[in-house]
Design a protein around this ligand. Structure first.
Ligand SMILES: Nc1nc2c(ncn2[C@@H]2O[C@H](COP(=O)(O)OP(=O)(O)O)[C@@H](O)[C@H]2O)c(=O)[nH]1
Ligand SMILES: [Mg+2]
Length: 192
């Protein structure tokens, strides 16, 4: 897909505030600090579209972006950050989980996995969850520029070993732009 136009639409913090299901949605999930906001900015070519942060655990909202006036990109709350209180962590888990389970117009879930930590338990749980609820999903391995050559194959293999149902695995670097065209090409199949 070619992104001609990307606009922030709104942020919500509870399921009763969700906007109408007027567009098909590409939903982005991943651990806190995995590089989700950075990937959204890189994909859309708009640096300040999604707020990035070097402090993990900040995004507790569902953020909607309207792409080409025809689909939503949805930035869901990050998970798996150990330093927040338990209650808060569960709360995010529920908002995220309920959204992925119940939102009708999710066309695809893009799951972001940090290429340096390809076998985190929380990521495996998220993937099991997606598979259990029969959501179509693909994987972006983020921060690929940070990998040493010898770790590149390892990252791919580790993720492949537990992501049987994934539609694609794209190696992504927001720094170099690696993977951007490939990911956009994959997304095009779900936004029609
Ligand atoms: N080197 C490198 N750093 C990245 C990349 N993507 C994200 N980061 C950094 O990772 C940190 C967290 O990114 P952010 O997008 O805020 O993560 P989020 O919590 O998942 O939204 C920031 O310091 C980013 O600059 C990447 O592809 N390469
Ligand atoms: Mg973010």
């Amino acid at each position: 897909m070619k992104i001609r136009n990307a606009k922030f639409y709104k942020s919500v913090s509870a399921l009763d505030q969700l906007p109408e299901e007027q567009f098909p949605e590409i939903v982005f999930v991943g651990r806190s600090n995995v590089g989700k906001s950075t990937l959204l900015n890189s994909l859309t070519g708009k640096k300040g579209l999604a707020k990035t942060s070097s402090t993990p655990g900040k995004t507790q909202l569902i953020n909607y972006f309207v792409i080409n006036d025809t689909c939503y990109f949805v930035d869901l709350p990050g998970y798996g950050y150990a330093k927040v209180g338990k209650g808060q962590k569960q709360e995010w888990g529920k908002l995220l989980g309920d959204y992925v389970r119940t939102r009708d117009r999710i066309a695809l879930v893009v799951m972001l996995i940090d290429s340096r930590h390809p076998d985190m338990e929380s990521d495996r749980h998220m993937m099991e969850f997606l598979q259990y609820y029969d959501r179509s999903f693909g994987i972006a391995l983020t921060k690929y520029d940070k990998l040493k050559q010898k770790d590149k194959a390892r990252a791919g293999h580790a993720v492949k070993s537990y992501s049987f149902k994934s539609k694609f695995i794209v190696n992504y670097s927001a720094l170099s732009g690696q993977g951007k065209d490939e990911l956009l090409e994959q997304l095009a199949m779900y936004t029609g």
